[in-house]
Design a binder for this molecule. Structure first.
Ligand code: FES
Ligand code: FES
Length: 162
């Protein structure tokens, strides 16, 4: 059985008929070809599929597409604008927090959700916010440094705009 859904993804309104059992991750990857969010474990353990749903970081492998009906989703594809990487993306590169890159889109979305609700997080708050995202490559220290750097950069950008 299929259901009609309306979801705003990275600011664009989408309408689709989806099977009741389709996950939000499958909808993003297979229907919208937004392949930034990755399927790692498929069971809520690794965070590779993290996206932002109505302002909160969620593991999209555990959310049904029909549950996102009427809601707003942001994925890593919504981070860059006008061909320019976001402060978080740039900080991940600058701090060497991207190695194989499999965890990176999910990490970036967890960091984005954190900075949306708390623009000046301390290290404990960063570690707490990123605790659902696993990385096999970096040892986590560069990721912590990247989120710190992005928070600093975004607060400088806000001050420059004033
Ligand atoms: S693929 Fe969703 S948490 Fe691992
Ligand atoms: S960079 Fe490889 S899993 Fe994180």
């Amino acid at each position: 059985m299929e259901q009609l859904i309306h979801i705003t993804v990275n600011g664009t309104k989408e309408e689709a008929r989806v099977p009741a059992g389709m996950t939000l991750l499958e909808f993003l990857r297979e229907r919208l070809y937004l392949t930034g969010a990755k399927e790692g474990c498929g069971s809520g353990e690794c965070g590779a599929c993290t996206v932002i749903l109505d302002g909160k970081a969620v593991t999209s492998c555990l959310v049904l597409a029909v549950e996102a009906d009427g809601k707003e989703v942001w994925t890593v594809e919504g981070e860059a604008s006008d061909g320019k990487l976001s402060a978080i993306q740039q900080a991940f590169i600058d701090e060497g927090a991207v190695q194989c890159g499999f965890c990176t889109p999910g990490m970036i979305m967890s960091a984005r959700a954190l900075l949306m609700r708390n623009p000046h997080p301390n290290d404990d708050e960063i570690l707490e916010a990123m605790s659902g995202n696993l990385c096999r490559c970096t040892g986590y220290e560069p990721i912590l440094a990247a989120v710190r750097r992005a928070a600093q950069q975004e607060s400088e950008d806000v001050q420059d705009e004033r």
